[in-house]
Design a protein around this ligand. Structure first.
Ligand SMILES: [Zn+2]
Ligand SMILES: [Zn+2]
Ligand SMILES: [Zn+2]
Length: 146
């Protein structure tokens, strides 16, 4: 089984992006902190600045954008903040999540709930995407609060 990092570096290579020290460090950070949970992009920025003091905020945010565009990470807005989590399924890029409000854990949902009837109501529109997410408390958090 290739690790998340193996799959991610392969995608970088396939897209002709160099595996720089910085990109490698960001992947490591994400694999350790953003696997099946969302981490604020500001936290990634903080970590990268600590590790590479000469790296600019612009470069860091550009790298995060690249990762998002390549599908290495999944991005979502939380209020004013953006957060990313490591792609939970490289084979099924289109999928939805349950997100725990307490611990931030992410569970991948196997089904997409979009009904063809909805699409029929949008005849003539060009659809570029949709959002669907379930929130709540994961089983671990439910059990620990009893
Ligand atoms: Zn996912
Ligand atoms: Zn939880
Ligand atoms: Zn869907």
């Amino acid at each position: 089984m290739p690790t998340l990092i193996d799959e991610a570096t392969k995608i970088l290579r396939d897209n002709k992006l160099k595996i720089t020290k910085q990109r490698k460090a960001m992947l490591d950070y994400l694999a350790n902190n953003a696997k099946h949970c969302y981490v604020d992009v500001t936290k990634i920025d903080e970590y990268m600045r600590k590790t590479f003091p000469r790296m600019s905020h612009n470069t860091i945010y550009r790298n995060i954008d690249e990762f998002t565009q390549l599908g290495l990470v999944e991005r979502q807005a939380q209020g004013d903040q953006a957060a990313v989590c490591f792609q939970c399924d490289f084979k099924n890029e289109h999928h939805h999540h349950f997100v725990c409000n307490q611990c931030g854990k992410v569970i991948e949902l196997e089904n997409c709930p979009i009904d063809p009837k909805i699409m029929a109501q949008l005849g003539g529109c060009q659809i570029s995407g949709h959002l669907f997410q379930i929130y709540g408390e994961c089983a671990d958090c439910v059990n620990s609060s009893i």
